[in-house]
Write a protein that binds this ligand. Structure first.
Ligand code: BES
Ligand code: MN
Ligand code: ZN
Length: 494
């Protein structure tokens, strides 16, 4: 997809499809009104006849238009005083679906010119590029036939009202495109079945990134090297599988020399059966998405490298399967983490925290300014927050606030959750320094408390994305979250 900024009004801009809006009760948006004059009142007539009422997301396409555009997609924008970024995204997505059924190869949207309380030109351009790119996204093909047709649209124009807005719009499109590229990588990896997306596959994807971007360096550690590092917690999770585990280490250095890097640590369980604490069969296939944290780290690296952001970034991805077998870790087994702390594994299904704790300890060697881990860590987080917001836990209120604000700007929100000694009580063990589970109550919180035992002296945040990384049901797919949040955070940190 090619993106560009369009500087003319709809009455003058040549395009195969103009996108303009109508508010509820049939009030034409400013661009619709301007275009309507030029094309003989066709939009107003259509509205008057009741063919489009302005309900958010309703679309009609005028074909065979005599004017600078060949077609007009007229989109319902809903109530004017409720028109915000969220409605904007929905309206644009609906327009793209309708345009996808036409032969249009390029389109220009003027929807961004309608006044919105929560958006400036940069943010809207960025959101537009994301919406357009995501609309073009297709799940990696494994079907023999009937794969969803590719959209014919290859060029998208974002219209601005004034010359002074052009630079902001261009920057927004560029950032949106990079975020979308990062999300695409994350989604492609997570949507693959676990017999394709293995730990070695993730390692190859990281190597591929390093080939594409000179500033990214990759190192892959095998199990023997992890054993040398005494990563007893990580290795206990991979004990039951035949599939070799990998520790993937990425570095992107493009910030001031000597400036401490941000470390991203992503859970890369390529399939989570639960191990000996075997999961029930219902929806177990969705545990192929249990490497979504890892995928978001790779996706963020892609976006950051594509933008050439002046930051220093480190990625640590522990990748393995969690399988039952005669060699698998058993409930009650005690393992020693790289930090030296011992853990009683009461439930082998609480494996994410076991691989993350060693990865966080490994990240210390980079003397990071902040460590952010991203993980599909707990079902309890989905019960607490549903599928809208990721859970955010941190030992530093400044870092937490920065991530929350990034999530708001990026339309990829997180919600600040508590941690603390009161909750950590639940992890007490008679046999080891602590247990890997703390009971049903506050399960997302005790999981975060477990991780916090490995973050002393680090500025650390944890994103539990179990509810946001993918959608279930008929639209089952990876979402690419929280790449937008992470990229926004890094853009604003640069
Ligand atoms: N990968 C799961 C968490 C998960 C559940 C992600 C549902 C997405 C959807 C994690 O490894 C897990 O199994 N967690 C257990 C922890 C429990 C044993 C303390 C859980 O949430 O049930
Ligand atoms: Mn599990
Ligand atoms: Zn898991």
């Amino acid at each position: 997809m090619e993106f560009f900024v369009a500087g003319s009004g709809p009455a003058r801009q040549r395009t195969e499809c103009a996108i303009v809006g109508v508010f509820d009760q049939g009030t034409l948006g400013s661009a619709a009104a301007e275009l309507d004059q030029r094309i003989g009142g066709r939009i107003a007539r259509m509205v008057k006849r009741g063919d489009l009422r302005g309900k958010l997301g309703d679309v009609q396409i005028l074909l065979d238009v005599e004017g600078p555009c060949e077609r007009v997609a007229v989109v319902g924008l809903g109530a004017r005083d409720e028109f915000r970024r969220k409605q904007y995204r929905k309206a644009l997505a609906s327009a793209l679906s309708a345009i996808g059924r036409t032969g249009a190869r390029d389109a220009v949207s003027w929807l961004g010119l309608e006044p919105m309380a929560d958006a400036d030109t940069y943010t809207l351009a960025r959101a537009s590029a994301e919406v357009v790119a995501q609309h073009a996204y297709r799940i990696p093909a494994h079907k023999s036939a009937n794969t969803r047709a590719k959209t014919r649209l290859t060029r998208f124009g974002f219209a601005v009202a004034a010359r002074g807005e052009r630079a902001k719009a261009e920057r927004g499109l560029e950032h949106g495109e990079a975020i979308a590229a990062g999300m695409e990588l994350a989604r492609d990896l997570a949507n693959q079945p676990a017999n394709v997306c293995t730990p070695s596959h993730l390692a190859n994807a990281a190597r591929e990134l390093a080939r594409e971007h000179r500033k990214i360096r990759v190192r892959i550690l095998d199990e023997q090297e992890c054993r040398k590092l005494r990563m007893g917690a990580f290795l206990s999770v991979t004990a039951g599988t035949q599939e070799p585990a990998r520790l993937i280490v990425l570095e992107y250095r493009n910030g001031p020399r000597g400036r401490a890097p941000t470390a991203l640590v992503g859970k890369g369980v390529t399939f989570d059966t639960g191990g000996i604490s075997l999961k029930p069969p219902a929806a177990m296939d969705e545990m192929k998405f249990d490497m979504s944290g890892a995928a978001s780290v790779l996706g963020t690296f892609r976006a950051v490298a594509q933008l050439g952001l002046p930051v220093n970034l480190v990625g640590v991805v522990p990748a393995c399967e969690n399988m039952p077998s005669g060699r698998a870790t058993k409930p009650g087994d005690i393992v020693k983490s790289m930090s030296g702390q011992t853990i009683e594994v009461l439930n082998t299904d609480a494996e994410g925290r076991l691989i993350l704790c060693d990865a966080i300890t490994y990240a210390r060697r980079f003397k990071p300014a902040a460590v952010i881990d991203i993980a599909t860590l707990t079902g309890a987080c989905v019960i607490a927050l549903g599928n809208q917001m990721s859970g955010l836990f941190s030992n530093d209120d400044g870092l937490a606030q920065a991530l929350l604000e990034a999530g708001i700007r990026a339309d990829d929100r997180a919600w600040h959750m508590p941690i603390g000694e009161e909750y950590a009580e639940q992890l007490k063990s008679n046999f080891a320094d602590f247990a890997n589970v703390g009971g049903r109550e506050g399960g997302a919180i005790t999981a975060a408390c477990f991780l916090s035992k490995f973050t002393e002296g680090l500025k650390w945040a944890h994103l539990d994305i179990a509810g946001t990384a993918y959608v279930s049901g008929s639209q089952k797919s990876s979402t690419g979250r929280p790449v937008p949040l992470l990229v926004d955070y890094l853009v604003n940190n640069a």
